[in-house]
Write a protein that binds this ligand. Structure first.
Ligand code: FAD
Length: 387
């Protein structure tokens, strides 16, 4: 596996163990059928509790069954999952960073006890409802609202593009609290079997096909007051979750890129044209040289991000740079790897085209490439250019 500057040398025993466990798990249980799942637009649901058993959901949290592993270990886990498929990493990211994290950070004791162990074991599935049909890049304009009705809230609105909503037991829904004069955004834990909740599946995807995506319809859905996340109000709530998930994506994308590189490297030595392996041609070597270099740079950024996060010094802007760069790298390198595989490269027998298609989603969700560009633009000029 590509590790040109020997980052492995600095890993601790626990970090190697988590990485190797994830690598073995995907090799044995997921890789053999992932091409079929991608083609059929299905997610291998039977692995959800198995991933829980192995500690793949938010192992970087502390307590309630989570072992509080290092941020590097968590990153390596995301890297191995996404080296298999972005759908797999998305499952773990949503469950861990977008559902368990807000409950852990902002939930009541009762909410933590009810949900964190079950989500961690993969006995319950969660989803995160922020995006709406008319509000994607600017979620602060959300229209979903919560009206106080005396002993609880009534939620009305719709969310879309929600990973796992059709299979979720609970949704973290972000809505405007109209009972407060400032109408701040609040987080609500909405069990998906409540009256008025619908979770239609989106079926027309050409990207992230091995992942279930859907809507959340909220038609006068009553939730008791104890389902509100008490510890946060305002956009800080959802944005802080996205910072956690984007951290995992910055690592995960390196895994997808590395897998493309390894497929291309192998193919370059296996495939003969003009009387010998295509890897002897300088044009092919140049592609591998560039891929190897770009992926190594992305790895270095991910490792540095882990150090900053571990020290409590990671800022959202750091994450924007790493997510933006590493996903772009994976998207570009997947395409070059696909090219090196010739006609075989367009099939599901090899991973690059699947990764390439997946990267279109990863490039767009959790803040589009453009939006992270604007975040960095503001960081470097002091002038926000969002409007
Ligand atoms: P828009 O915001 O409409 O953007 C369209 C284009 O305009 C983009 O290229 C964008 O970069 C550009 N643009 C927008 N504003 C600006 C600006 N100010 N300056 C320059 N360019 C701009 N959301 C959830 O809440 N939960 C989930 O689990 C989830 N999972 C997803 C899974 C998949 C498969 C996909 C595709 C999306 C998912 N999303 C989820 C939604 C995702 O986060 C949004 O698609 C994303 O935020 C972009 O919003 P949008 O699609 O409405 O695009």
């Amino acid at each position: 596996m590509l590790d040109f500057v020997d980052l492995e040398a600095d890993l601790g025993q626990e970090e190697r163990m988590i990485r190797d466990t994830a690598r073995e798990f995907v090799t044995e249980h997921v890789k053999p059928d992932i091409g079929d799942h991608f083609e059929n637009g299905t997610f291998p649901k039977e692995i959800i509790p198995k991933m829980g058993e192995l500690g793949f959901y938010a192992p970087n949290l502390e307590g309630y069954g989570s072992p509080n592993v290092s941020e590097t270990a968590y990153g390596l886990l995301m890297q191995e999952l996404e080296a298999c498929d972005s759908g797999l990493r998305s499952m773990a990211s949503v469950q861990g960073a977008l559902v368990m994290y807000p409950i852990h950070a902002y939930g009541s004791e009762a909410q933590k006890e009810e949900w964190l162990p079950a989500l961690g074991r993969g006995e319950a599935v969660g989803c995160f409802g922020l995006t709406e049909p008319e509000h994607g890049s600017n979620p602060s304009a959300m229209e979903t609202r919560a009206e106080w009705d005396g002993d609880g809230y009534v939620l009305t609105g719709s969310k879309t593009w929600i990973t796992n909503s059709p299979i979720a037991d609970v949704a973290v829904v972000w809505a405007r609290d109209r009972s407060d004069p400032d109408t701040p955004v609040r987080g609500f834990l909405v069990e998906t079997d409540r009256d008025g909740v619908s979770t239609n599946k989106i079926t027309e995807k050409l990207s992230l096909r091995a992942s279930i995506t859907g809507e959340i319809g909220l038609n006068d859905v009553y939730v008791p007051e104890e389902n509100v996340l008490p510890g946060v109000s305002g956009m800080k709530g959802p944005l802080s979750c996205l910072t956690q998930a984007r951290y995992g994506i910055a690592w995960g994308a390196v895994g997808a890129a590395r897998d493309c590189f390894e497929e291309a490297r192998q193919y370059a030595t296996d495939r003969d044209q003009f009387g010998g392996p295509i890897g002897r041609f300088q044009l092919q070597q140049r592609k591998l040289a560039e891929m190897g270099t770009q992926i190594t740079l992305a790895q270095l950024l991910a490792y540095r991000l882990a150090e900053l996060k571990e020290r409590g010094e990671m800022r959202p802007q750091h994450v924007s740079m790493a997510k933006r760069n590493n996903v772009r790298t994976a998207r570009d390198q997947a395409r070059i790897a696909r090219e090196m595989l010739g006609g075989n490269g367009i099939t599901t027998d090899y991973s690059p085209m699947r990764h390439m298609a997946n990267m279109e989603t990863v490039y767009t969700y959790e803040g589009t490439h453009d939006i992270h560009t604007l975040v960095l633009g503001e960081e470097f000029t002091g002038i926000p250019a969002y409007q």
